[in-house]
Design a protein around this ligand. Structure first.
Ligand code: MSP
Length: 626
């Protein structure tokens, strides 16, 4: 029997680039929430997806020489691969190009139009295409987009447009926000929005005619629906709006929309007014979390300071990255990202506190009790303290999760981890082991150590995806750590008699070189290990079945070799033949799509655009580059 439903969403992501660690932040947080609510018995619907329409995407696709849908398909599959790598347990992935979504958006638009809340007029103003936003002249910064992350040139647009009567709903919205203190959280964001609404809402332009990559206005196909109207509606179209009444009734209104602080305004003004006009209930909460900031400001592609989560996961493991994201920053505030901070968390919390606790516990049970977890005897004061703190940790985790205080929830688990380490120091099992009279006492202590760890394993299941299993495995517990009934926690004393520990590798090996201090300079001798040579492309042909790969024959001095290069997007075979290029001649030979490739061509890359490096005067092939 499920105890109620829980519907949680992330924003739907722009498929403009590979996502960075800042995007992973929202999604990992939503994942932890979804997992927690499943564990406490709720019927959970966890939604994420992609926001695929708009002029920006259309232009990018054009630049890449692709149809928009083809262009986004590839990026969407990268995004899904990233979520898989992060073990994101979403229940549905909506794409705004899905049929179910497009139909739903058109129906909402139509309904609001028929009510008279959408009307036709003319729009003139400054438009920022990257931000898909019209700006008042007075808001522009030196004539450019005022969004601090953008600051790109704006364009003067004049077009016939449909408008949405936000102004009509201003008072109703204000009243709703004031009556429902939980609707916008944290409170600081709520206050900002109240002030914003009080300063007056203008009607919103909700259609465009200057491009066509969007959902057509159902009764006027020269217009496409404004991307934010389109995108926000995903939260209902994914929940079954119009095509699955039962599901929609079960999950709508959503319990929480998790969003970054810069898009709180769209979610707490435009979205509720769309819902009011469409006569649908409002979501229970919009939670605006802070940003993960790098030195030099928020991460963004234009600033070139993005951090690739895939690289971090490969280097440190998925749980280290998830732990850092969830623990480092109080949810709602901004916080700094640095690799040094990540490594410090891994070393201090994961390797030292948690890893050591497991390693000490299993080692002592092995040494002092032949690997079998002993039964507990009479409880003494120190034992009771540990047991009570464990119960306290369970309570705190639950309370924090209700308030979306994810970092504090993990802090509560770590209080227990630290307490258990201290308990070992205070009870000194190694001394007890030397005294045969203390055999029962030793048994109790070893048993309590294992109990504390068992519970830590269970409490970590919403946040970490591999570690809880590894803790259980090393404790020798059977069954699935994720199947433990959370209503029974802490369930102290649940370890079955005769359980035998299985020592294994350290949970998180310490990382010795703090990455922040790593010297990224290379010496001349490092550079000289590369054998770079001038080469001439003799012939080129596309590798069948790919659109990116080309098979080249290149001449390097006396040698002719085959190289497979990923330049097929940007060059035709005839562009390449005869070209002088730079070859990394001592790269380990590789097989790419079954073809031998001996070397790599140097090329510069920006987004989808590639330019091969060449030499600016005739030199014999094979000449060394240094
Ligand atoms: N497509 C819109 C959302 C439409 S929702 C109906 C969008 N997409 S986005 O890809 O730009 O951003 C998605 C989410 O990632 C946002 O919540 C945004 O705040 C979050 N983040 C992007 N960079 C971030 C950081 N550096 N730090 C934390 N979150 C960040 O906006």
């Amino acid at each position: 029997m499920k105890r109620g439903t829980f519907y949680v969403t992330t924003p739907i992501y722009y498929p403009s680039d590979n996502l960075h660690i800042g995007h992973a932040y929202t999604t990992v947080a939503a994942d932890a929430l979804a997992r927690y609510h499943r564990l406490i018995g709720r019927d959970v619907f966890f939604l994420t997806g992609t926001d695929e329409h708009g002029q920006k995407i259309q232009r990018r696709a054009q630049a890449a020489g692709k149809a928009p849908k083809e262009y986004v398909d590839e990026i969407v599959s990268n995004i899904k691969a990233l979520w898989k790598k992060l073990h994101i347990s979403y229940d549905d992935f909506i794409r705004t190009t899905d049929e179910r979504h497009m139909k739903g958006v058109q129906a909402i638009f139509q309904k609001i139009y028929e009510k008279g809340d959408i009307y036709k007029s003319e729009y003139e103003g400054w438009y920022c295409t990257p931000c898909e936003t019209f700006w008042l002249e007075s808001r522009l910064e030196e004539g450019k987009c005022p969004n601090p992350d953008c600051r790109r040139p704006v364009e003067w647009l004049k077009e016939e447009s449909y408008f949405f009567k936000l102004s009509k709903y201003q008072d109703r919205l204000l009243e709703y926000i004031e009556k429902n203190p939980d609707f916008i959280q944290p409170t600081t964001r709520r206050n900002e929005m109240i002030n914003f609404i009080k300063s007056g809402l203008e009607d919103l332009c909700v259609s465009r005619t200057t491009f066509d990559w969007g959902i057509p206005v159902p009764f006027d196909s020269r217009h496409v629906i404004y991307v934010w109207f389109d995108a926000l509606s995903n939260y209902v179209t994914a929940a079954g709006y119009l095509y699955d009444q039962e599901k929609f009734a079960r999950f709508w209104p959503a319990d929480v929309h998790l969003v970054g602080k810069e898009i709180v305004r769209f979610h707490t003004i435009i979205w509720p007014i769309i819902l009011m006009a469409a006569e649908l209930p409002l979501p229970r909460q919009v939670f605006g979390h802070g940003w993960l900031v790098l030195e030099g400001g928020k991460m963004s592609k234009s600033k070139g300071n993005v951090i690739d989560p895939v690289v971090l996961i490969d280097r440190y493991g998925v749980d280290a990255v998830r732990y850092f994201l969830l623990r480092e920053i109080p949810f709602g505030s901004d916080g700094f990202y640095s690799e040094e901070a990540l490594v410090n968390r891994i070393n201090a919390d994961l390797a030292n506190d948690l890893g050591n606790l497991l390693s000490r516990t299993t080692a002592m049970i092995q040494r002092f009790h032949h690997g079998i977890i002993p039964p507990a005897g009479r409880e003494e004061a120190l034992d009771a303290e540990l047991r009570e703190l464990a119960a306290e940790a369970v309570r705190e985790v639950k309370e924090c999760m209700q308030r979306l205080e994810l970092s504090d929830a993990l802090a509560a688990v770590w209080k227990l981890v630290k307490k258990a380490n201290k308990y070992i120091d205070e009870t000194a099992p190694w001394s007890l082991a030397r005294d045969p009279v203390q055999e029962e006492r030793l048994g109790t202590v070893l048993n309590y150590m294992a109990e504390a760890l068992r519970l830590v394993g269970v409490l970590l299941t919403p946040y970490l995806v591999e570690t809880p299993e590894r803790i259980w495995e090393q404790l020798g517990l059977s069954g699935d750590v994720r199947a433990v009934d959370w209503s029974s926690l802490p369930a102290w004393g649940a370890i079955p008699p005769g359980t035998r520990v299985r020592r294994g590798d350290p949970l998180f090996p310490r990382i010795n070189i703090p990455a922040g201090e790593e010297d990224t300079h290379v010496g001349l001798e490092d550079f000289q290990r590369l054998d770079l040579r001038v080469a001439r492309v003799l012939s080129a042909e596309k590798v069948t079945g790919t659109d990116r790969l080309m098979k080249l024959q290149v001449e390097v001095g006396d040698d002719t070799r085959q190289v497979v290069a990923g330049v097929g997007n940007c060059y035709r075979p005839e562009d390449l033949e005869g070209k002088m290029v730079i070859l990394v001649a001592n790269l380990k030979p590789a097989r790419i799509r079954g073809l031998e490739s001996r070397g790599m061509l140097l090329a510069a890359q920006e987004g989808d655009r590639i330019a091969l490096l060449t030499v600016d005067r005739e030199l014999p092939t094979g000449s060394k580059v240094s």
